[in-house]
Design a protein. Sequence first.
Length: 250
Amino acid sequence: MAVSSPYERPMLLDVQGLSVSYGKVEAVHSVAVRVPEGSIVTVIGPNGAGKTTMLAAIIGLLPSRGVIAYNGASIEGLSVEERVGAGLVLVPEKRELFGSMAVADNLALGAFARRGSRGAHAMLEDVYRRFPRLSERRAQLAATLSGGERQMLALGRALMGKPKLLLLDEPSLGLAPLIVREIYNVIAELKSAGVAILLVEQNARAALQVADYGYVLEAGELAIEGEAAALSVDPRVIDTYLGGGITTSA
């Protein structure tokens, strides 16, 4: 029985001709990336390739040229807050937690648009179920958490916003292989729950194992794209990104 392509599903995010510049320097040039509903799409590439810049433009943190369509409509005129309210949520590479606040308070901030609702309480319980360590440390200051726990908290805070599409920037950055596997198990579970994910990673091995489709970004331009299973056996990808085993830092 043939397995259907994720691109046969309705398109949740459709980015066409995306270009981003820092002054006169163009960091991302005419990039096209699409994320179907309920799928995981990864963008891999070396440090400095423009991956984080691309995500920042999609969420509205950086000005850009091109078309960014979300859920069938352009989001060009929407603020970052409006994009988040529509279900487009970024988990940044640096996690950006409030270190002087407790775990529970950091999570509550992720549900700012849904405060006091039964849905927010149910989502909090779901986050604690997915990340039991966060439940155990709910009263602990975020600054005292380990690197893996901080990544769990950043991901949990994003889930509190009940996203339709998660933009994940280097979720494995600086983490031990065992923690990377735990984080990626949660990512796979989120896909099963219907959350679409655009996953930016240098850890190509982990990303391609969980993704449906992948893009390789080099020097701000797309170099290769295809089904994740095909990319994982592509000699160009193997030679450049898969030759050294699991990578856990940038």
